[in-house]
Design a protein around this ligand. Structure first.
Ligand code: SAM
Length: 281
């Protein structure tokens, strides 16, 4: 568990969007978990140290602090319009030595100009970006992604599924916005990409989508099959946690006690019936 002073340093009780490098990008208490989810997903999908990774809206390197040590030098690229987030992460999480050795590349572009690096990528990541982006921004991001993705590249992104589509024109932050799965598929198709829902855990109410080039459709299915055991394990843990929560819920305890009492009464009534019958007989 965390001490009071650790909580303060890590910004644990600050509201999302606060001017703290962890709290700005999401719930500080989930900072580690959301990083692990991203790292596990891409490595399960086949990310190796020699691949090139583009992290769109990399924030305070929540996932970057795991990907940068894992990848070989010069393979991690991040886009983040708020430079202070990257600086704070370098100072508090990563350190100058790792930056010197792994040479990550950053851009502060805010127009989703993914081609700014003049680099093709094997994996592209947009974690908690499409839950704030307008349809025009998502379209721009996908059209740029199409240009920079290698033929077998996988682009993993989260979105929040809803009944309606956000129709605003601007980035919406820190509140979240929703799109239908159908709209997300249409936006991808308009840019010549296939968009597939991918069942992978996320600690928040978000779902994962994988974007691929149409000619790569069968390859991705094989990768998904490879990730199946990990996915099932995560699901099992999640279900186990939910079950524990239910078991400790006061209403569940009450129902269990009522069940026990009902069974006792039924047993007594049955015994009574038997003894009455035997007396009559
Ligand atoms: C919810 S945070 C997610 C950060 C990171 N992906 C993570 O998982 O920790 C959203 C990030 O998108 C950044 N952002 C805002 N406008 C952007 C834009 N136009 N292009 C790329 N990133 C943007 C924000 O500064 C913020 O760091």
């Amino acid at each position: 568990m965390l001490s009071k002073s650790e909580k303060e340093v890590l910004g644990i009780d600050l509201p999302v969007g606060s001017h703290h490098y962890r709290a700005f990008v999401g719930s500080s208490s989930l900072y580690d978990l959301v990083a692990a989810t991203q790292f596990n997903l891409l490595t399960a999908l086949g990310l190796r140290e020699y691949h090139y990774l583009l992290d769109i809206g990399c924030g305070s390197l929540r996932a970057g602090r795991l990907f940068i040590p894992y990848l070989l030098s010069g393979r991690y690229f991040g886009i983040e319009p708020e430079p202070w987030l990257i600086e704070a992460s370098m100072a508090n999480e990563i350190g100058n030595d790792l930056i010197r050795i792994k040479k990550p590349t950053f851009s502060h572009d805010r127009n989703f100009t993914l081609s700014i690096f003049n680099q093709k990528f094997d994996f592209v990541l947009a974690q908690e970006i499409f839950i704030h982006a307008s349809q025009a921004q998502i379209s721009k991001c996908l059209s740029e992604a199409k240009k920079v993705m290698n033929p077998t590249a996988v682009f993993a992104a989260t979105f929040r599924e809803g009944q309606d589509n956000y129709e605003g024109n601007d980035w919406h932050y820190p509140d979240c916005i929703e799109y239908t799965l159908n709209r997300m598929r249409e936006l991808a198709a308009e840019q010549g990409l296939i968009c597939k829902p991918f069942d992978w855990p996320h600690p928040g109410p978000q779902s994962w989508l994988l974007y691929i080039h149409p000619e790569n459709e069968s390859n991705t299915l094989e990768l998904s099959a490879g990730a199946e055991p990990l996915r099932l394990l995560s699901k099992l843990r999640y279900t186990e946690n939910r079950l524990n929560c239910w078991e400790n819920h006061p209403h569940v305890g009450l129902i269990a006690r009522m069940n026990r009492v009902t069974n006792d009464v039924l047993k007594k009534v049955r015994n009574l019936g038997i003894s009455v019958k035997s007396k009559i007989g």
